[in-house]
Design a protein around this ligand. Structure first.
Ligand code: SF4
Ligand code: SF4
Length: 298
């Protein structure tokens, strides 16, 4: 925020813009391939050609180096790849490395949990996973085996499902099999309208389902995105969030530092958890506390 200092009558001198003490960064590189084939996803079974994978790896490496070197702000990182990142070694290595940085409070990734999770034992407890169970792509037993391994090695994770009618039975089984302390979240399915009975059914599984079931009218509302949370893509372009295209600057030339300030949302609605969780009037930072990025309730 720009403030003016000086004696009465003297010309105002703009202060040097300051970065916040803490910054959440959502990173998404070019990778868009996935090993699963979910019928509700545009990235299902997509294959990235080798040059794109090399580009993704190089971009992630550059981002990780930036995080390691940017020690004047406490950082929390969430990787939000279009496709599946953890089947690629460079995402696993990035999480392990970043988890051991003193100025990194949290590092997490959205994942389908298809890959083995033993490598998480090499990460510090600041690493956590945002896992989604996709019935039809993996058996419950196999998915639960990954969860149990994370329990054994003591690493935190949330588990979620897309709230399609055909997923309800599987979600009940999942809930019954997970450790009671593991938060099971439910995302409202895109394009699906929920009757009050359906909403109640899903809310019985996830008490926060109401946050997801209706889009939030966000225009003009204050949002942490662009002030203490940003989104970054592979070339370093910084935006306030994944849902507003206007760039704020670039991570690698330092221009992001001048751009951070409180500002209202310019979109009509915000309907994705990784966006509306930052919408100030919802108060969701208090609901999730330090688990806000990996979607683990406080
Ligand atoms: S696991 Fe995720 S990225 Fe992969 S196809 Fe399913 S929804 Fe899409
Ligand atoms: S409310 Fe959503 S769309 Fe608006 S600035 Fe915040 S994250 Fe972005």
């Amino acid at each position: 925020m720009s403030v003016f200092l000086g004696l009465p009558g003297a010309s105002p001198v703009p202060s040097v813009p300051s970065v916040p003490d803490r910054l959440s960064v959502l990173y998404r590189g070019p990778l868009a391939s996935c090993n699963y084939d979910c019928p509700y996803c545009p990235f299902a079974k997509r294959v990235d050609p080798p040059p794109l994978l090399r580009e993704d790896r190089a971009a992630l490496g550059r981002f990780v180096d930036w995080v390691v070197e940017t020690t004047d702000v406490r950082l929390s990182i969430l990787f939000t790849p279009w496709g599946e990142g953890l089947i690629r070694s460079w995402y696993r290595e990035a999480i392990v490395r970043l988890s051991h940085q003193d100025h990194v409070d949290r590092v997490s990734i959205q994942t389908n949990l298809a890959a083995r999770v033993d490598w998480m034992a090499d990460a510090a407890p600041t690493a956590a996973l945002w896992a989604t169970y996709h019935p039809g792509q993996v058996t419950l037993e196999r998915f639960l085996a990954r969860c149990r391994r994370l329990d054994e090695i003591g690493r935190r994770y949330s588990v979620g499902v897309v709230g399609l009618p055909g997923h309800h039975e599987a979600a009940l089984e999942l809930r019954a099999a997970l450790e009671p302390s593991v938060y099971l979240w439910v995302n409202a399915a895109e394009g699906h309208t929920y009757s009050p009975e359906e909403e109640a059914r899903w809310t019985a599984l996830d008490p926060r389902f109401g946050d997801s079931v209706r889009p939030h009218v966000s225009f003009g509302q204050p949002c942490h995105a662009g002030e203490s949370a940003v989104s970054v893509i592979g070339d370093g372009t910084v935006r306030r969030c994944h849902f507003i295209d206007t760039p704020l600057g670039n991570l690698y030339d330092g221009s992001w530092r001048q751009a951070l300030r409180p500002r209202p949302c310019t979109n009509r609605i915000c309907d994705c958890h990784i966006g509306y969780v930052h919408l100030k009037p919802l108060g969701l930072y208090d609901v999730y506390g330090p688990g806000v990025l990996e979607r683990i309730l406080a």
